[in-house]
Design a protein around this ligand. Structure first.
Ligand SMILES: *Cc1c(COP(=O)(O)O)cnc(C)c1O
Length: 349
């Protein structure tokens, strides 16, 4: 079985497992005089994350979803309006934020182009009329196929946000993929944002965890929010140790993933049934549009799984294939063959 459902499928390396075995640990849910957790390995990971993102401090969280919840709940209160994209992971998958009986935030949507680049004019207009608490952006953009927000795009949003003194929150689950694709340090891509998170458990390949980053004051508050939500973990250094290994020169593996995604996109044959969105293949994700209504992405997903290829339907007419460490060139070739043979079978000659 070739499994391209997500880059969350990475298996920890031998080196990660060894680091986990050896990790020095403490009770991370307890804080010292500097309001930092008592687990030295978690602390080392948080310091490394601060260094990469250029933020003052960082907080280890059990998942990306939890990091986003903690970040936004720390920045907002019930009934506050947050400005984001309808296609963002936060709006599509982190619904507790917008459920009235849970966090009770109110979503307001900006316009974006077909690659997920937010329209700065649209943001500016909304900021003139609505009382917005925070602007959310996503880099890379998951739903749009791992597309990157350029530095120019982020700076335009920053200029507009700054005029209205509204903070920016970055869902940077795959910011390291954007950094490699754009050939820019992660820090440069994050410098205009006030707070952000990135995932250790996707392309970076660690088994568990995400890191929320921001100012010292923000992280101090976020640490309390994490505790309230039940997200404080005790000897979490066991898992943070793998995260530290994941952050040692991650660029080589990520670049390989991007090259493999390009190969996969090239080998898939577009026809009257399906089309590969080549422009969107900027990182490790290949997005395929189903152009005939009689086939849903869900039914194709099911058929392909029976043929030994797992992919993910992310909409009725969109399939996603994600490349990650552990998927090699041979598997890329096989995946393309399985896919092309299947499409040939179902499309009339
Ligand atoms: C995966 C993902 C998340 C959530 O991360 P989990 O660790 O799966 O909870 C948030 N935002 C984006 C853009 C993602 O791709």
């Amino acid at each position: 079985m070739i499994d391209l459902r997500s880059d969350t499928l990475t298996q920890p390396t031998e080196e990660m497992r060894k680091a986990m075995y050896r990790a020095e640990v403490g009770d991370d849910a307890r804080t010292n005089n500097n309001s930092q957790g008592e687990d030295p390995t978690v602390r080392a990971l948080e310091e490394l994350a601060s260094k990469y993102t250029g933020k003052e401090d960082a907080l280890f969280c059990n998942s990306g979803t939890m990091a986003n919840y903690i970040g936004l709940v720390t920045m907002c209160k019930r009934e506050d309006k947050i400005l984001l994209s309808k296609n963002s992971h936060i709006f599509r998958s982190e619904l507790a934020l917008f459920i009235e009986d849970l966090y009770g935030l109110v979503p307001v949507f900006y316009e974006e182009d077909s690659y997920g680049n937010p329209n700065a004019n649209s943001i500016e207009k909304i900021l003139e009329t609505e009382d917005i608490k925070v602007i959310c952006i996503e880099n890379t953009n998951n739903f749009h196929g791992g597309t990157c927000l350029s530095e120019v795009c982020v700076n335009k949003i920053y200029a507009v946000a700054k005029k209205s003194t509204v903070p920016i929150y970055l869902d940077g689950a795959r910011i390291f993929n954007a950094s490699v694709a754009l050939d820019l340090p992660v820090k440069d891509l994050c410098s205009p944002v006030d707070a952000m998170m990135f995932c250790l458990s996707k392309g970076l390949g660690a088994p568990v965890g995400s890191v929320l980053c921001g100012s010292t004051e923000f992280i101090k508050k976020a640490r309390s929010t994490r505790k309230l939500l039940g997200g404080a973990m005790r000897q979490a250094g066991i898992i943070a140790a793998a995260g530290i290994v994941a952050l040692q020169n991650p660029e080589t593996d990520i670049l390989k993933d991007h090259q493999n995604a390009q190969q996969l996109a090239k080998k898939i044959k577009s026809n009257s049934f399906i089309s590969v969105d080549h422009e969107s293949v900027q990182t490790n994700i290949v997005k395929i549009l189903i152009t005939k209504e009689q086939y849903s992405a869900q039914s194709i997903e099911k058929d392909l799984a029976e043929r030994g290829l797992r992919v993910k339907a992310i909409d009725n007419n969109i399939l996603r294939m994600t490349v990650y460490r552990g998927i090699n060139e041979l598997q890329i070739r096989k995946a393309a063959t399985i896919f092309n043979e299947y499409i040939n079978e179902i499309s009339p000659a």
